[in-house]
Design a binder for this molecule. Structure first.
Ligand SMILES: [Zn+2]
Length: 313
């Protein structure tokens, strides 16, 4: 293939549904046995591929449309042109989670736009869990319905279709990521799954203090899925982009549980936190919409008395 000039490409593999522009252009380059950079030199778009996908320039889209005979509007739909800043901040641009069914018959697995979102765990067409690196511990987090509910809440929040004054999604995630007590070294039972050889080999790493996020109080199975010394739970939402898939999945589960039953979940959080964390939690919840405080009565020391009727329900 000539890499100079602006001749249209005679044959272009069609994009799959929901495919990202970067993924499609990589497959087009594969078709002509060239690199993406060589394809770029031929077609003439100017921005780096990841930037082109996040904030596409109209002239670049037109050049790609001309070279591929696809309408500009269809090329634009493969980018994150209309995404909110919040959604863009939660994109895992260079990750390669793929759907085996969508990849069937293709030499390069297509990457879907929805799977670039930090909480995009399933293929929207086949509804199956995406396959990718960093999936350790995921199989032990079995509450898929809660994970799907939490993912929906997070996606709506990131797209700006929920009212933050009514549903405090961002603040609830911050609560889950915050610490319930100062960092402590792993307890013996927390390392019970490791073999004696692993414990001896990694003795220094395993004796380090680990952060103790509130997430583990709301999703206790998370501590079984991922050993505390390997969790690396970020302290803020932005850090979730590079967190383990099991961490992100547990956050989705925790968010759904918190939003569905705030009273018992908050009671569990307060009971499992030290006094300083309890005070921070109580102050945070005090700023939440009244709908989420219904059923809770927060006394000055931060321990809620449960609404008896709701507790028994
Ligand atoms: Zn699929």
């Amino acid at each position: 293939m000539a890499v100079q000039g602006r001749a249209a490409l005679p044959i272009v593999p069609p994009p799959v549904l929901d495919e990202r522009l970067s993924s499609w252009l990589a497959r087009v380059a594969d078709h002509y046995l060239v690199t993406v950079e060589e394809l770029q030199a031929h077609v003439g778009w100017t921005l780096p591929l990841m930037e082109l996908e996040r904030r596409p320039a109209g002239a670049d889209l037109e050049r790609i449309a001309q070279a591929t005979h696809f309408p500009v509007v269809r090329i634009a739909a493969m980018t994150f042109l209309d995404a909110t800043e919040r959604y863009l901040n939660l994109l895992r641009q260079d990750k390669r989670d793929t759907c085996p069914a969508c990849s069937s018959g293709l030499t390069r697995a297509p990457l879907l736009k929805s799977s670039a979102f930090a909480f995009g765990f399933w293929c929207p067409w086949h509804r199956r869990l995406l396959f990718g690196a960093g999936g350790q511990g995921l199989s032990m987090l079995c509450d898929e319905s809660a994970a799907r509910e939490g993912t929906k809440l997070l996606e709506d929040w990131a797209r700006g279709t929920t009212d933050d004054r009514l549903i405090p999604v961002g603040d609830a995630v911050s609560l889950l990521l915050s610490s319930r007590c100062p960092p402590t070294p792993p307890a013996p039972w927390e390392l019970a799954r490791l073999s004696p050889v692993e414990r001896k080999r990694d003795a220094e790493r395993l004796s380090r203090r680990c952060r103790r996020p509130i997430l583990s109080l709301v999703v206790p199975e998370f501590d079984i899925a991922v050993p505390v010394c390997d969790q690396q739970v970020p302290t803020d939402i932005a850090g979730l982009v590079s967190a383990l898939r099991a961490v992100r999945y547990a956050v989705a589960i925790g968010l759904a549980r918190l939003m569905k039953s705030p009273a018992p979940v908050i009671a569990r959080i307060l009971a499992g936190s030290d006094p300083a964390a309890r005070a921070r939690v109580a102050a945070r919840i005090g700023r939440w919409p009244s709908a989420f405080q219904r059923g809770l009565r927060m006394p000055p020391h931060g321990r809620p008395r449960m609404n008896r009727k709701r507790e028994m329900a």
